[in-house]
Design a protein around this ligand. Structure first.
Ligand code: AMP
Length: 141
């Protein structure tokens, strides 16, 4: 049936589901995450439905990106946070639960206990050069 979708973020965009919408533009909608990592945690979503960033047309992404600086400035002002993280999960392996592209904008303060495990690795000899070549081939296609 037209206008009915399973996608929770499409339903928020279409005002079929309630949300605390802080801004709305032709390209993107920003609203409070219902289960925030900190008060003021925002989700910024493109109006256009795509599951993953790599499936989102560039125009949709650039329209969303244009909204980010003013949203971030407002987030800092409203929350009094010292910084913020932008986090964008793609695929279940990366922690994505809602399959509509979204950017988390998360207020941060020193000692807030948030963060990312960051167990950095080292490349084996020659490995980074090989990967670089494979990227060049992939991007040339
Ligand atoms: P992710 O794990 O990156 O897919 O994150 C999905 C986020 O969407 C989670 O932080 C949820 O708390 C949030 N979320 C899910 N449903 C809603 C909703 N109806 N309104 C606001 N935020 C939601």
């Amino acid at each position: 049936v037209a206008g009915v979708t399973e996608c929770v973020f499409c339903r928020i965009i279409g005002r079929e589901l309630p949300a605390k919408v802080v801004s709305s533009s032709p390209a993107a909608v920003a609203f409070l995450d219902v289960a925030p990592l900190a008060p003021g945690h925002l989700l910024v979503v493109p109006r256009e439905h795509a599951r993953h960033l790599h499936e989102l047309p560039a125009a949709g992404l650039s329209g969303l990106a244009a909204e980010l600086p003013k949203l971030a400035a407002a987030l800092l002002q409203v929350t009094g946070a010292d910084g913020y993280n932008l986090l964008q999960n793609n695929g279940a392996a990366a922690g994505q639960v809602v399959e509509h592209v979204h950017f988390h904008m998360i207020p941060r303060r020193p000692g807030d206990g948030l963060g990312f495990r960051w167990p950095a690795k080292q490349y084996r000899a020659g490995e980074s050069e090989e990967i670089l070549e494979r990227f060049k081939l992939a991007l040339a296609g």
